[in-house]
Ligand binder design. Structure first.
Ligand SMILES: Nc1nc2c(ncn2[C@@H]2O[C@H](COP(=O)(O)OP(=O)(O)OP(=O)(O)O)[C@@H](O)[C@H]2O)c(=O)[nH]1
Ligand SMILES: [Mg+2]
Length: 351
């Protein structure tokens, strides 16, 4: 028997408990309008036969495969309340536990309910979905609930636009009586099929999104470091401009500034370096990266001194950036490894 672990989340009154009762074909979860009805997260389980390989199958309402449906009904979300914080803590615990206990054919996913008549899809809902799906690598299906009309509304279009990697399914969990007649429930079977049959595809999509997000994060982090590094180099260059005429005897002072600048650059990118290391890499940088080492020729003016410092700074910053770009987060924390890579990179640039 496979377990299907479903977390049902969404704003208060979106129809979470009604949906659970409709799927389990039993009034297990209390429902109602007005104030929040579900006051505690609660799991409802039932063994069911589900025809999960053909969503149009008419042979049996839910088909032929034996599944245990564990449906976790949760307290309605509200913006910035301590109740919602506790609800989320519980939900995270539930997801983690379900994922740890998963056997080969078990699946764990979230149905996020949004009332079709909501005026908008809130930004906190969007952020929450993104955060949870990425952190737990868990597929979400967005369930547009209480759909009395079977046509795509603005809300649904907005959600599809905001979350293109997720499935969106429209449902009416319980028939709706109007003066004009009765609108029959619809969409439940499609919801189950989308959740189970598309599970692997959806999981892959989440992993892809996570990977792209990590890549973007890394790139923007690198860009920030680069900007900070450039500022640092510029500061040292400006400092040199202020020292006025630079006689030959002052070259050690200029070199001292370069070494200090390189130590600062290391610090900016999170590498702690000893003065000795900075001295060594400075030698590498001067001999290797700058085509004509200025050591031998007199520094005639502060403008040249400043250009000299900035050239070394830029070259060293580029070296640091290329080392960081190809190092993982764990590697970045290993100071010895980073020092080794910086030296190797400088040697490579020398050739
Ligand atoms: N006819 C009909 N009514 C629905 C449907 N879904 C929800 N409702 C009504 O909407 C109200 C709220 O539904 P609930 O299922 O209690 O909503 P909930 O999300 O569990 O709400 P909380 O527990 O308060 O967070 C109830 O009066 C339901 O009868 C539906 O598919 N059809
Ligand atoms: Mg409820």
């Amino acid at each position: 028997m496979d377990n299907i672990n479903l977390v049902i989340m969404g704003k208060t009154g979106s129809g979470k408990s009604t949906l659970i009762n409709a799927i389990l074909e039993e009034d297990l979860a209390p429902t109602g309008s007005g104030q929040a009805v579900t006051k505690q997260n609660k799991m409802y389980s039932k063994k069911m036969l589900l025809p999960l390989n053909n969503e149009n199958s008419q042979s049996n309402k839910y088909g032929m495969v034996g599944k245990k449906l564990n449906m976790y009904d949760t307290v309605g979300l509200e913006i910035d309340t301590s109740i919602t914080q506790n609800t989320l803590k519980d939900i995270k615990k539930f997801i983690k536990k379900a994922q740890e206990d998963e056997r080969d054919n078990d699946i764990t996913l979230v149905w996020f309910c949004v009332n079709s008549r909501s005026s908008r899809f809130e930004s906190y809902e969007l952020e929450l979905i993104k955060e949870l799906s990425i952190e737990y690598e868990i597929p979400f299906v967005i369930v547009i609930t209480q759909c009395y009309m079977d046509e795509k509304g603005e809300l649904e279009k907005q959600i599809e636009n905001d979350l293109p990697e997720l499935s969106v399914v429209r449902v009416l969990a319980k028939e709706y009586k109007t003066r004009g007649g009765v609108v029959s429930a619809f969409g439940l079977q499609k919801l189950l099929c989308k959740s189970v049959i598309d599970y692997n595809n959806n999981k892959i999509k989440i992993l892809e999104t996570k990977f792209l997000r990590l890549l973007e994060d890394k790139q923007s982090k690198i860009q920030k470091l680069k900007d900070k590094g450039k500022k640092c180099v510029k500061t040292y260059g400006d400092k040199a401009k202020k020292i006025g005429f630079v006689p030959v005897g002052c070259i050690p002072i200029v070199h001292g500034m370069c070494i200090k600048m390189m130590m600062d650059l290391n610090k900016i990118v999170g590498i702690s370096s000893s003065k000795r290391f900075a001295n060594d890499i400075f030698a590498d940088a001067v001999v290797g990266v700058i085509a004509t080492p200025l050591m031998g020729i007199p520094l005639l003016s502060s403008v040249i001194a400043s250009a000299y410092i900035e050239t070394i700074g830029d070259a060293y910053l580029n070296t640091l950036m290329s080392v960081i770009e190809r190092s993982s987060d764990t590697e970045l924390k290993n100071n010895d490894l980073m020092s080794k890579r910086i030296r190797e990179e400088l040697q490579k640039r020398k050739k």
